[in-house]
Ligand binder design. Sequence first.
Ligand code: HEM
Ligand SMILES: *[C@@H]1O[C@H](CO)[C@@H](O)[C@H](O)[C@H]1NC(C)=O
Length: 363
Amino acid sequence: MQFRQLIPLFLLSSSVSAGVFQQKPAKCSKGRTATHSQCCVWFDVLDDIQAGLFDRGQCGEEVHESLRLTFHDAIGFSPALQHQNKFGGGGADGSIMAFSQIETKYSANDGVDEIIELQRPIAIRHYVSFGDFIQFAGAVGVSNCAGGPRLEFLAGRSNHSRVSPDHLIPEPTDSVDAIIARMGDAGFSPYEIVDLLASHSVAAQDHIDPSIHGSPFDSTPSTFDANFFLETLLKGTVIPGASLHPGEVKSPLQGEFRLQSDFALARDPRTACEWQAFITDHDLMVSRFRAAMSKLATLGQNRKRLIDCSEVIPVPKNTKVGNPLLPAGKSMHDVEASCKSKPFPCLATQPGPETSIPPVPPS
Ligand code: HEM
Ligand SMILES: *[C@@H]1O[C@H](CO)[C@@H](O)[C@H](O)[C@H]1NC(C)=O
């Protein structure tokens, strides 16, 4: 009796080890391999977007917009609404692409229609879900930026979604209280808001002041560096366009654009110390961004049901970027240090004539 029971057990355990523990990597296109066969399609998507959408692996406008889109899709997620028996949104579910005719009318989504229209046909021709595609494009895109992170990418989000409710995406006119409350509802701490805002180191505005579209949030919008965190703490002295617009405050440099929300978060006691910490610790900025992005990308999703296809995300080439210097013409007197518990680091100033950011030529 005992012996008979042993045979099937033995067969079972050997098939388990062959099927799961000693699984051969799946063969994908161009001699590439993946741990899971379901990841292979993402190599083809990668080739496609790097060559086309991202203009041969650049960290340009389409990358910036793709990164912004990961946020605008995912943050449509509100347990607070759910508790009131209302639909709170499906998080990173692709609804912003599936229902773009509705969601792009929300004021916070001004401008995201362009990147959605560029991305949608690519998602459709590779037969991947909109929710997966949006997060994948953001992760690949930011790996193209010098100093950029290699983000996690999990695949397997359903292609079915419902329209996200309006008013879930923070706007630059919002107070810090309102931003902390909204992001807290979605599960982010005040520090994690700062972590996510490392994205604004590769960012520009087009729609708050359209007359100076392409004006960046820091002096190096193609580098994932801490200049954003430093420059937002400099005294605002310049109006980059003809006048200030709602959600805009004075910036420190000609041609640079400052969001009111970034100004306020840089100086609020709840967020200022995390903000300051990144200025002299690029590794910390990258690792915290990566952790917060993996949370963002799976809002409303069950991580256990997704497959880890992170191996498809390119390894960023230039991972080491220097700590920022004060822009030419600025001194430590221009820094509005705001972290009470730690002294502001002593920074040298870039040599040369006063820094200004050249206007971006129309594309
Ligand atoms: C406190 C919350 C945030 C506010 C109020 C905010 C607001 C904005 C605004 C107003 C713009 C300019 C859009 C335009 O005029 O074209 C922008 C751009 C951008 N945002 Fe945010 N944002 C927030 C958080 C985030 C997060 C969490 C991410 C990503 C993880 C992100 C990524 C970006 C990127 C990459 C751009 C640049 C887009 C481009 O250059 O085309 N933002 N943001
Ligand atoms: C996802 O849904 C959209 C409609 O919202 C459809 O156009 C697209 O083909 C679907 N993709 C897949 C992989 O089913």
